[in-house]
Design a protein around this ligand. Structure first.
Ligand code: MN
Length: 425
């Protein structure tokens, strides 16, 4: 029986600051490169990245009997496809190698030079090749806020919402890794009170504070995943900012749903945090009433207490926090989303990405979009430089952060950061 390395008493021989996202209990997987090194798999530890391709070259994975070539690939997909027993064995082995009580790497400075790089010296890449991307709409506070603003304040939730984990199929090609700059998208809009639509850069560019999970075990067409099996199909989680153009969205979305308002860019954090690392932070979810269909029922604690924050950094000012939310506010769990996604026999593949939908909490400061935070622009946010934001301006950098914390252990996600530049003329 494998021990999952999340014990709070574990310590690494590498110094890890108390506020680091990457203590020895976390060990998230990512893909990095440098000027001299081709893209490869790394594990974050404190301010360092452990190069798993180099670790395997030195023979430290020899007893695990799998093809360590997977660590020299430009995406995690081939490693993930080896299956959960291999992910767990590798993570356990990495935990052992970094453990303060283990001399193998600790006392071998030559080996250390070959396998450890400063995080600031590496470039993080897309961790997975995303095959298919689905976006859910699973935060009850978000769905209620949107319903209040756009439809009927008295009947904010649509009749299907508490029966179905509502979602749509998104586009994988425009998912990019943290650090991206992108141009303000252009498209058709129909402002209120105008007879015919206009064309131009979106005026209502918005963020969506989300997380996403990455599929680690495929299914065959026709097969369904139960809520109790779902955890075995999930490799891990990332932060996700699903950039949205509200004016394009409101004109185009009838009758088939989001299209160009959502597919111009979405940004993910580079480190994939495993469900094993997050297991100690599981909490009870919402009581679901009316009772959900049997295929959506589940037992145990399936929500996760992950603090989520959004910051805006504009030219010359410090990052300013505009939102503090939490993943525990999700009404539908990942396990329910996956059970629903596959109940009709729709197959899933390693590397598929399933996003939560905007995660808002019950308080105004916990809303996960500008649309909600400024209540459709009626309550602008004041930034420290005196400027106001109703939506996101050109030159603004938006940073999403996330971390779970308990018993002195912080399991963090790092950053999901992106900057808007002006649309082309
Ligand atoms: Mn979204």
């Amino acid at each position: 029986m494998l021990i999952i390395p999340n014990n709070p008493s574990l310590k690494s021989w590498i110094t890890v600051n108390k506020d680091s996202d990457f203590p020895i209990q976390n060990l998230p997987f990512g893909i990095f490169k440098t000027d001299g090194l081709k893209p490869r798999t790394g594990v974050a530890i404190g301010d360092y990245v452990l190069d798993l391709a180099a670790v395997s070259k030195l023979g430290y994975f020899n007893d695990l009997r799998f093809d360590t070539q997977v660590f020299s690939k430009p995406f995690l997909n081939d490693f993930i496809a080896l299956g959960q027993p291999v992910w767990r064995a590798v993570r356990q082995r990495v935990s052992d190698l970094l453990n303060a009580a283990n001399a193998e790497l600790r006392d071998n400075s030559n080996a250390q030079k070959k396998v450890l790089l400063a995080l600031k010296d590496v470039q993080m890449m897309m961790p997975v090749k995303v095959g298919d991307y689905t976006d859910f709409y699973s935060s009850i506070d978000h769905a209620t806020n949107m319903g209040k603003m756009l439809r009927d304040p008295a009947n904010a939730l649509l009749p299907n919402w508490k029966y179905i984990p509502v979602g749509y199929h998104g586009r994988a090609s425009s998912i990019v890794v943290s650090g991206a700059n992108f141009r303000r998208p252009k498209g058709q809009q129909k402002p209120a009170g105008v007879e015919t639509p206009v064309f131009g850069p979106t005026k209502l560019l918005d963020i969506e504070l989300e997380t996403a999970f990455i599929i680690g075990k495929p299914t065959q067409l026709g097969e369904s995943v139960t809520t109790s099996q779902a955890g075995d199909h999930i490799f891990g989680m990332v932060l996700f900012n699903d950039w949205s153009a509200r004016d394009i969205q409101s004109w185009e979305y009838v009758p088939l749903g989001p299209f160009l308002a959502k597919n111009f860019v979405s940004v993910i954090s580079p480190w994939v945090v495993t469900l094993d690392a997050l297991e100690p932070y599981r909490v009870e979810g919402y009581k679901q009433e009316p009772e959900v269909f049997p295929y959506l029922q589940y037992t145990g604690k399936k929500n996760i207490d992950i603090n989520l924050e959004v910051f805006i950094e504009s030219k010359g000012t410090q990052a300013f926090k505009i939102c503090s939310s939490n993943y525990k506010y999700m009404y539908w769990t990942m396990e329910q989303q996956l059970a629903h996604h596959t109940v009709n026999g729709c197959n899933i593949n390693v590397g598929d990405l399933m996003a939560s939908g905007t995660i808002s909490g019950p308080d105004e400061g916990s809303f996960g979009s500008m649309m909600e935070l400024t209540w459709r622009g009626t309550k602008p946010i004041q930034l420290p430089d005196g400027s106001e934001r109703k939506f996101i301006n050109d030159g603004d950098t938006v940073i999403v952060k996330g971390f779970a914390q308990k018993n002195g252990v912080r399991i963090g996600f790092g950053e999901c950061k992106s900057t808007v530049i002006a649309a082309t003329l």
